[in-house]
Design a protein around this ligand. Structure first.
Ligand code: TYD
Length: 213
């Protein structure tokens, strides 16, 4: 049986990593075969592109160059990691995918959500996630969390000004409105337990519907 493709999105500091971990553990307990991966990266060449994108020396990178690099990395990731895993019947859980590009490059960097969407459709040949969980926190809360759990140096994108993070947040809400049939919002400002429970409910309801039909 073919697997499923579930993506997790959220602005920086939204707590989506803990959400993915919780979903993975639960699905494994239920004996689903699960593959966890993330963007940018997730395959050999995609990881190399990741180092270029996140390198602090590249602070002046042109917005469209950045969008193209993400799309190139995404295509590699899809071809080499995601599609083979889905074809083998795995549930693929991916930390960020196309909607990150729509919110960050399309909206926050001002290229345009539709433009970046079209460019990504070329890269993925129209392939989209089955389900997307968008973990949302207001940017000031997200950034405070990052500062407090400071796991080493901040990367180039985390160093951006608060106004950029505000735009990313607004961008995600726009993207969700556009693809409301696929993207479900999870309120990331609730307690860790509540966020986890809400995310699990969304995923399990979806799986039930999917595998019963
Ligand atoms: P990373 O440290 O991997 O991510 P996270 O914030 O998920 O822990 O950094 C990824 C950064 O790249 C993050 O700030 C979002 C950004 N990004 C884009 O701007 N566009 C994209 O298409 C993707 C996949 C990520």
């Amino acid at each position: 049986m073919k697997g499923l493709f579930i993506t997790f999105e959220g602005n920086d500091g939204s707590g989506k990593s803990s959400v993915i971990e919780a979903v993975k553990n639960e699905l494994e307990k239920m004996n689903f075969k699960v593959v966890q991966t993330r963007e940018p990266g997730g395959s050999k060449i995609a990881e190399k592109i990741r180092t270029v994108i996140l390198d602090k020396d590249n602070i002046g990178m042109d917005a469209k160059t950045e969008a193209l690099l993400y799309a190139a990395s995404r295509r590699e990731h899809l071809q080499k990691t995601i599609l083979p895993a889905i074809n083998e019947g795995n549930v693929v859980l991916c930390d960020r995918f196309i909607d990150s590009s729509l919110a960050y490059q399309g909206y926050a960097r001002g290229i345009g959500i539709d433009e970046v969407y079209q460019m990504n459709l070329f890269a993925t040949e129209g392939y989209l996630p089955d389900l997307t969980l968008l973990v949302c926190v207001r940017p000031e809360i997200g950034l405070n969390r990052i500062k407090n759990n400071h796991r080493g140096e901040l990367d180039r994108l985390e160093l951006e000004k608060i106004s950029f993070h505000q735009k990313v947040y607004e961008g995600y809400l726009e993207v969700q409105k556009k693809f409301s049939d696929r993207i479900v919002i999870i309120d990331g400002e609730k307690s860790k337990e509540e966020v986890k429970d809400a995310a699990l409910k969304v995923v399990l309801d979806y799986l039930r519907g999917h595998y019963e039909n």
